[in-house]
Design a binder for this molecule. Structure first.
Ligand code: F6R
Length: 578
């Protein structure tokens, strides 16, 4: 999703800004822009495309000045055009802003400002911010103008405004904004990756706070009172984000599962507090996308150790408000910790006096900071848009937690790790070659394997752009079987456990109607047209290993079909809008 970076210091701003935007590319975007201040004038360039392309064409890096802002946009209001790219100017061109979020009342504000003579250049909601500040500055000082402007904005925002005099202002409500503090220099970003290369000292702005960087940094609350905020040290591991020997981040992250799963299983978490919080309570698991799929496994595992769980898709929470009550506990899962729908569920929970627990990958994220207790899956930055290592780390965490509550499962970390490592080098070229032109894939599984079918289908959709649909295998004959003919491809997740016999009967039904089947199992069957053998492991832990071939299949199908798996079209890594 959109990224913000701003710089004020002794160095030339534009190269730092362009470099930071490249670091944050993984978040997903369609256009890019930079504005700097030189000789009391705002220099601004922006265009549609990747940072590299736009920089090459417009020479963003060449903009002069030691103060500047940059932005990558993921279109929400208005098409993907040069005009709609950020930064946006005020009419007098003395102010330029970049914005993340969604201004709900922008049409009303735009009309109001047009009636006062302002001219708009874009179709975005964001541009109103530049004009609002300009309008208030006609009669007021900068602090009051920011407060008045923010008070008029409905919705979510993190914005940075630069003024031709060299001042930078940043403000946030329900969108992250972090200030990096270097040696006589300041960075402002939506993501620590924007500046971690230069400093690990940061201040996290909280909702409704704003910062003014002039000669030095001052932070204010929404009444204009200056407040003191402590610096936080950020993990340097974020600085080292590199593809290494791999062609793509996605492939690197899939391979990192050879140790990330074991790391969670071996981690010395203090699980007592979370155990105390969930025992004898109803646990509402809330998450989106892959984190939701991991939560489904979490529910199954926790239910086996007598924890009463319900799983809600985060974006649906608002329609299930009755579930949010003070005798329930929220356990929110989010790799990024910035997913808007998840954060909204946290607000509902707080309104209902529920304790908020979370599992994140980014320890400094909004979700972690808003939780009463937050734990981390610690699998390092996940840059590929599709969740891979974070998914298995979340699942591994649930094994760990369930086993801590009641030592019921046999978790042999070496066995799991060996199985994962051996699967990372399986050859699937032949299968990929034969599946590369199919238009639909069904993935069937039962019990604990069904969330893996959902996860596999999600990966195939987002990386290879092939329609893939997961179903509990037993449901297939209740309707979807009608679709099966000679062109149908069905993937069956079928390891030899208590689901094996029933799932095997579904294979026969597909084959009888001419469908072709890819089996993923530890036992071969003559019914399979293609087969991926997974190692035999203790049956409870199959989900952790059977997902690996599905991730690799999706990745390799993307390559075969000539798509870049790191940056799936239309998608963003952190979905910070609703
Ligand atoms: C799928 C994927 C998304 C995310 C979802 C939630 O591969 O990456 O579906 O899982 O957007 O993101 P987090 O976990 O950051 O809340």
């Amino acid at each position: 999703m959109c990224s913000i970076i701003a710089y004020k210091g002794k160095n030339k701003a534009a190269p730092i800004i362009v470099d930071a935007l490249k670091k944050m590319e993984y978040r997903g975007y369609d256009s890019v822009g930079v504005a700097t201040i030189s000789r009391k004038k705002i220099l601004l360039k922006k265009g549609v495309g990747k940072v590299e392309e736009v920089n090459k064409e417009l020479k963003l890096e060449a903009l002069n000045g030691n103060v500047g802002i940059g932005h990558t946009r993921w279109a929400t209001h208005g098409g993907i055009t040069d005009y709609n790219a950020h930064p946006h100017h005020s009419c007098n061109k003395d102010i330029a802003i970049v914005h993340n979020g969604k201004i709900d009342n922008y049409e009303e504000l735009k009309n109001l400002l047009i009636n006062k003579g302002h001219e708009f250049k874009s179709e975005t909601d964001s541009e109103v911010i530049a004009h609002l500040i300009e309008e208030h500055l006609k009669n007021d000082n900068i602090i009051n103008s920011i407060i008045k402007s923010c008070n008029m904005l409905e919705g979510a925002y993190a914005f940075v405004a630069v003024f031709n005099a060299g001042t930078i202002i940043s403000a946030r409500r329900d969108e992250p904004l972090i200030i990096g503090i270097g040696n006589d220099e300041y960075y402002i970003s939506s993501d620590v990756l924007g500046f971690i290369k230069y400093t690990d000292q940061a201040i996290f702005l909280d909702n409704n706070e704003f910062a003014i960087i002039d000669k030095n940094l001052k932070i204010y609350n929404n009444e204009g009172r200056e407040i003191h905020k402590n610096k936080v040290q950020i993990a340097w591991e974020f600085a080292n984000v590199d593809k290494g020997k791999y062609a793509h981040y996605t492939l690197k992250e899939i391979n990192e599962q050879s140790y990330t799963i074991a790391r969670v299983l071996n981690a010395k978490y203090d699980l007592n507090e979370i155990k105390d919080a969930i025992i004898n309570k109803k646990v509402i698991l809330v998450a989106s996308g892959s984190s939701y799929n991991a939560s489904l496994i979490g529910k199954m595992l926790l239910s086996q150790v007598a924890i009463n769980c319900e799983v809600l898709i985060a974006s649906e929470c608002q329609y299930y408000k009755d579930v949010f009550s003070s005798n329930a506990v929220l356990l929110a899962l989010s790799q990024s910790g910035e997913t808007k729908d998840v954060l909204r569920a946290v607000s509902f929970a707080k309104e209902n006096n529920m304790k908020v627990l979370s599992l994140v990958n980014v320890k400094t994220s909004s979700l972690a900071r808003e939780s009463d207790l937050s734990l981390s899956i610690d699998c390092g930055p996940e840059i590929g848009v599709a969740a891979t290592k974070s998914f298995t780390a979340q699942v591994a965490f649930f094994y760990k937690l369930a086993n801590y509550i009641s030592n019921k499962f046999i978790i042999n970390v070496d066995e799991i790790n060996n199985a994962v490592s051996s699967l990372l080098s399986i050859g699937i070229d032949e299968i990929v070659e034969q599946l590369k032109y199919v238009s639909d894939i069904y993935i069937l599984a039962r019990g604990l394997h069904y969330p893996i079918a959902l996860e596999g289908a999600l990966k195939i959709k987002e990386l290879a752009y092939i329609h893939a649909e997961a179903m509990p295998a037993g449901e297939f004959r209740h309707g979807p079987l009608a679709l099966v003919d000679n062109n149908t491809v069905v993937i069956i997740i079928n390891p030899c456990d208590n689901t094996y016999n029933d799932t095997s009967s579904n294979i026969k039904e597909v084959k009888a109607r001419g469908g072709r089947v890819l089996g993923i199992s530890n036992v071969v069957s003559k019914e399979y047209d293609w087969f991926i053998k997974i190692p035999s492991v203790n049956s409870i832990v199959y989900p952790l290993i059977e997902v690996i071939p599905l991730q690799l299949l999706a990745y390799n199908l993307a390559l075969k079909r000539d798509y870049n798996p790191d940056y799936p079209r239309n998608l963003a890594k952190s979905v910070t809008v609703d």
